[in-house]
Design a protein around this ligand. Structure first.
Ligand code: NAD
Ligand code: DAU
Length: 351
């Protein structure tokens, strides 16, 4: 099996590549990544140089480059992780979200069609379903799409393109919609790594609004195993929700982090709410459980102390991100600069 993974230098993509290269030692993986501010080759330092793994610097929205890559070699499957993924950034500027998440996905779909791939997996999100009220049942695959942020809207647009390419051209495409991930190598602009790293630095922990928004948490490895199952046994044209049934308020999560690290609750700082902030996400994952036999292995509350330790032990990794130095790894490895804008050369604003 030769898989094209896009966005493999980010959080979930890098965990997926590491997982697959261990679980399927004879598979080949090509990782196409633009190395935006969120792409970090240090996430894959232990995988670099392994037989079967190739990194290609490139943009999924670059029609010529993607066409050339798929024209040169045959891929059995494409798994599209590449995206602008942070809601707060999409509120500041939606344009890169449209370029990558919508136009980039269409470029990949077209190349997949021409290249005759056997599977196209679109890694989507529960955010396309919008927000739930306190007593609402969790999202199923039949829930209407009602995205509220520019990020969510761009992912929903991509999902509709994937659906259309399946219906119109018979492209063997599948969409997965997962809830909030946690785990190693998550960029410290997202809730859990931001709070852990700020707590380790005794910095304030910025909680939006009243802190009572609810997210449904899943370990990244459980997400990766679900994608593996969908790749192997999923039905083309289908959507699979992925979630571990772990609903927590943001305050619950932040307090658990502080407890795990032995830091005081006085570090919690309430800040103005995110505009259009979705109140609650919850996923009904019965379809993937019942049809593909997927079962999550992790529970956030039990795993948090271990996760906090991982970030403590890998402080050099996230400190280089916060300082913007992680971009230099690429220079050393490849002897040239990633095509990033000067703004992207810095670490996360919120980090
Ligand atoms: P991330 O921001 O950590 O990584 C995104 C990666 O995509 C980076 O390596 C970046 O360099 C790359 N990329 C961005 N634009 C690109 C382009 N034009 N061409 C090629 N590469 C490009 O994101 P993540 O959290 O790992 O999310 C991965 C995917 O999973 C996204 O599609 C996201 O929508 C989806 N998702 C994420 C979560 C979550 O909780 N993080 C949950 C559900 C779904
Ligand atoms: O649900 C899946 C989605 O989860 C993915 O599609 C997105 O790519 C991913 O970023 C994530 O989106 P969220 O907006 O839910 O994640 P984030 O970590 O940004 O925020 C989680 C919650 O924490 C949300 O209610 C906002 C809140 N928050 C976040 C940050 C960064 C804070 O209170 N303070 C913060 O500083």
């Amino acid at each position: 099996m030769h898989i094209l993974v896009t966005g493999g230098a980010g959080f979930i993509g890098s965990n997926f590549i590491r997982y697959i290269l261990t679980a399927h030692r004879d598979w080949l993986i090509t990782n196409l990544d633009k190395l935006t501010y969120a792409g970090n080759l240090e996430n894959l330092a232990d995988v670099e140089g392994r037989p079967g793994y190739t990194f290609v610097l490139g943009d999924i929205a670059d029609r010529a480059q993607v066409g050339e890559l798929l024209g040169k070699q045959h891929f059995d499957a494409i798994i599209n992780f590449a995206a602008e993924s942070h809601v707060d950034r999409s509120i500041l500027d939606a344009s890169p979200f449209i370029d990558t998440n919508v136009c980039g996905t269409q470029v990949l779909l077209e190349a997949a069609r021409a290249g005759g791939v056997s599977r196209f997996i679109q890694v989507s999100t529960d955010e396309v379903y919008g927000s739930l009220g306190p007593g609402d049942p969790p999202f199923t695959e039949e829930s209407p799409l009602a995205p509220n942020s520019p990020y969510a809207a761009s992912k929903a647009a991509a999902d509709l393109l994937v659906r259309a390419y399946h219906r119109t051209y018979g492209l063997p495409a599948i969409i997965t919609r997962c809830s909030n991930n946690y785990g190693p190598y998550q960029f410290p602009e997202k809730l859990i790594p931001l709070m852990i790293t700020n707590a380790l630095e005794n910095k304030p922990l910025p909680v939006y609004g009243d802190g009572l928004n609810i997210r449904d948490w899943i370990h990244v490895e459980d997400h990766c195993r679900a994608i593996e199952l969908v790749l192997l046994n999923g039905r083309p044209g289908e959507v699979y929700n992925i979630g571990a049934g772990c609903e927590l308020t943001n305050l619950d999560v932040v307090r658990a982090i502080l407890r795990a690290l032995g830091r005081p609750e006085s570090l919690i700082t309430y800040v103005p709410d995110r505009p259009g902030h979705d109140r609650r996400y919850a996923i009904d994952a019965s379809k993937i459980r019942n049809t593909l036999g997927w079962v999550p292995r992790y529970k956030l509350q039990e795993h948090l102390p271990e996760l906090a330790c991982w970030y403590q032990e890998h402080s050099a990794w996230w400190q280089r991100i916060k300082a913007g130095e992680y971009r230099r790894y690429y220079d050393v490895q490849y002897g040239q600069r990633a095509k990033a804008s000067p703004q992207q050369e810095k670490g996360s604003d919120s980090a």
